[in-house]
Design a protein around this ligand. Structure first.
Ligand code: SF4
Length: 716
């Protein structure tokens, strides 16, 4: 109903569909979002756009949006007012807390939160008294964070999408940017036009592979043999950067020992890559520098995902590719703010800024929040006091939901019994152990979905009662900062008011805090207008505490100024040669330190080796002990599309096995398992046996479970 000639207001905002962080011009007429264009002058996308980003407006206006709060009662969905919904959900949580303690509630969070909302969600869980928090990083790059942080300090992309233009060689392993991060391809292809070599390492021939000089067709789960096989050639021929190693790297001698067993024959046997190609790729990487390594979930979602990421780092250290333009490890994150949500502590074992759960960390944040440490401490159960005994064994959500939800209702008051879970901007369909998650959803007292859309968490159960759907606003119906994969923060402007009866996440959080009687502490130094806490005050508050990763210099004013002037930043260096942000890097990528005058320029490239170590130049540890463990690609913390996961391994269903013609070769016990009647029995050995019989390739030792792949001789 917008008149065609209504004046158009154009708002600068940021795409929410991946971590590249493209700039968007949103057109608004009479308060209605009527059109959008990719921002021609944005330093990340320079007018580029992809199909996902182009659908932002339609997606936000999708027919399936949740329109008002609802609850499932007697098998029927019933409309609620917000007051009723908060009263009921909040009271249920309080009753459960009274009976079973604060750890009986799980706070599943979201990589779609803004930084401010992620920070407040972690704070809400802390003030509720639990470390039962997680989000999608658990199943994507948490292995990277651990692997990379153990090698050089920060668990993040070291360079940027734009910097890839300067690479002379690019190796993509388990990464398909052409489809997953499409606009990054404009930087990648610019590099190729300037003469860079592209190597794509993947079990599938992807669209990115179509642009490669070398496509390396490895077997799934053989990243370590492949990388160590390259290192074998590099060390054998003296192609390593010995000066760099001598000056900066600890532990490379141990790596030389580890690499010895991955001789060309062994690599060909295991990874399926012939010696000639291995030598060619190793030589290419050694002779065309600087080079970058890019990886995504194809490298991380393995039970050796952490070791995989360490092996990629070791390769870059051996080649001396760290701390330089065009080099580094460009780790492309997935969701638009998965970097920020991780940085702000939406994981069971950290507080915001990767502060752990020890007393000193809690005292640091209590100081920032201006709260008495004893008050926060008393919000927790004595049994898991503040997580001083971190719940590492129970942190993975699916395990926690499943193992923590008790069947026996007589034990309802038992501590550590998950009875209620929020699924806040994150569903369950990408978690492992789908069947167990469904059982857990069935057994919980209350399931609360907070999301713009009804997700699988709201429906993947056989319940008739105790499910709530609370409509959250989309990213474009609120505002705040988000961290792109390259560590730049961007201010995302609100485009329209929340549609239907939806509310912004931080408002819903505040309403719950009020019901729980902790609103005064939750927003002690954050202005609240009605029930709406002021987002800029949240940014200012975390600026005071995020010292470990350098989120202390990005004030709301600076971020807004960068957004208003994004056209003044250079597409290659991301620096502003002039204009109001002269000398600063776009988005003040962390670390950006909160100096007294708030003038730190941000850090586009981590560990500049041209600098002394004391001035931020890198000093690295080549973390040895990198072990290949069979070709098991799917494991705890990982996921599978199209097949059920049981015990963390992909299950061959009865139908699949029949279609393959393998059914008759299984034992009676294995058939019972395959029919899903006794999933605790591990039939991986049986699958291996049958696979061999049918000419497939099950590689591995006794630990290798049930990965079988029938490789074509030619590239598909
Ligand atoms: Fe959006 Fe990513 Fe596509 Fe850019 S590349 S338009 S951020 S989905």
């Amino acid at each position: 109903d917008v008149p065609y000639d209504a004046p158009t207001e154009v708002k600068r905002t940021i795409c929410s569909h991946c971590s590249v962080g493209c700039g968007i011009y949103a057109e608004v007429q009479n308060g209605v979002w009527t059109g959008q264009e990719p921002a021609f002058d944005h330093p990340f996308n320079a007018g580029g756009h992809c199909a996902k980003g182009a659908a932002l407006r339609e997606h936000g206006h999708g027919e399936k949006r949740l329109k008002y709060p609802m609850k499932l009662e007697g098998g029927k969905w019933k409309k609620l007012s917000w007051e009723q919904a908060i009263e009921e959900v909040g009271q249920k949580a309080l009753d459960i807390r009274q009976e079973s303690g604060p750890d009986s509630v799980f706070f599943m969070g979201s990589a779609k939160f803004s930084n401010e909302q992620a920070y407040m969600y972690r704070k809400l869980a802390a003030m509720w008294g639990t470390n039962n928090v997680d989000h999608s990083a658990r199943i994507c790059h948490s292995t990277t964070v651990a692997g990379v942080a153990n090698t050089w300090g920060y668990g993040a992309q070291t360079n940027s999408f734009n910097d890839i233009r300067k690479s002379k060689a690019m190796m993509f392993i388990g990464s398909n940017p052409c489809e997953a991060h499409p606009v990054s391809m404009q930087h990648i292809l610019e590099g190729k036009e300037r003469g860079a070599k592209i190597i794509v390492v993947d079990p599938r021939f992807t669209r990115t592979a179509a642009k490669a000089d070398e496509f390396v067709h490895i077997r799934p789960g053989t990243d370590i043999p492949y990388i160590y096989g390259l290192l074998w050639h590099i060390f054998e021929n003296g192609w390593e950067d010995q000066t760099f190693i001598d000056q900066r790297v600890y532990g490379m001698e141990r790596i030389r020992e580890e690499v010895k067993k991955w001789n060309p024959q062994e690599v060909e046997n295991v990874a399926g890559v012939p010696e000639k190609q291995m030598r060619r790729v190793a030589k290419m990487l050694a002779e065309t520098k600087p080079g970058t390594v890019v990886w995504c979930m194809g490298g991380t979602q393995h039970h050796v995902g952490n070791a995989n990421t360490r092996s990629y780092c070791i390769l870059q250290l051996a080649l001396g590719n760290m701390g330089v333009e065009g080099g580094g490890t460009n780790i492309f994150r997935g969701h638009d703010n998965v970097q920020g949500a991780t940085d702000f502590g939406l994981l069971f074992d950290t507080l915001p800024g990767y502060y752990g759960l020890k007393t000193g960390s809690w005292k640091h944040w209590c100081n920032v929040w201006d709260l008495d440490y004893e008050w926060v401490k008393n919000r927790f159960d004595q049994a898991q006091h503040l997580g001083q005994d971190p719940m590492t064994s129970t942190g993975i959500p699916c395990s926690r939901w499943h193992d923590g939800v008790l069947e026996d209702k007589s034990k309802i008051a038992q501590k550590d019994n998950i009875r209620m879970s929020f699924f806040w901007g994150q569903s369950v369909n990408t978690e492992t152990r789908g069947r167990e998650v469904r059982e857990a959803l069935n057994k919980m007292d209350t399931v609360v979905v907070v999301d713009p859309f009804p997700t699988m968490a709201g429906v993947m159960h056989e319940r008739t009662d105790g499910v709530y759907l609370l409509p959250a606003a989309t990213q474009f119906e609120t505002y705040g900062s988000v961290s792109a994969s390259n560590r730049s923060l961007q201010w995302r402007t609100q485009v329209i008011e929340p549609l239907f009866e939806s509310k912004a996440d931080h408002i819903i959080m505040y309403k719950l805090a009020k019901k729980w009687g902790i609103d005064a502490e939750f927003c002690k130094h954050i202005k609240v207008n009605g029930d709406e806490p002021l987002i800029e005050d949240m940014t200012r508050e975390f600026n005071k505490g995020m010292w470990t990763v350098g989120y202390t210099g990005q004030s709301p004013e600076r971020l807004k100024m960068h957004q208003e002037n994004w056209g003044t930043f250079d597409i290659e260096s991301l620096e502003a040669p002039g204009g109001p942000a002269k000398g600063e890097t776009y988005g003040l990528p962390w670390p950006c330190w909160g100096t007294a005058d708030m003038k730190h320029p941000g850090t586009q490239i981590l560990y500049r080796t041209g600098r002394e170590v004391k001035d931020g130049g890198g000093n690295f540890r080549a973390r040895y002990g990198v072990e290949h463990e069979g070709n098991n690609i799917l494991a705890e913390g990982s996921y599978s599309k199209g097949s059920e996961i049981q015990d963390g391994y992909p299950e061959f269903t009865a139908d699949m096995l029949k279609q393959l013609g393998w059914w008759d070769d299984l034992t009676a016990e294995e058939k019972v398992h395959a029919e899903g009647k006794n999933w605790k029995t591990d039939i991986s050995g049986g699958i291996q046996r049958v696979a061999i019989k049918h000419g497939c390739i099950p590689y591995g030792n006794a630990k290798a479970r049930c990965i079988v792949w029938n490789f074509p001789d030619d590239i598909p």
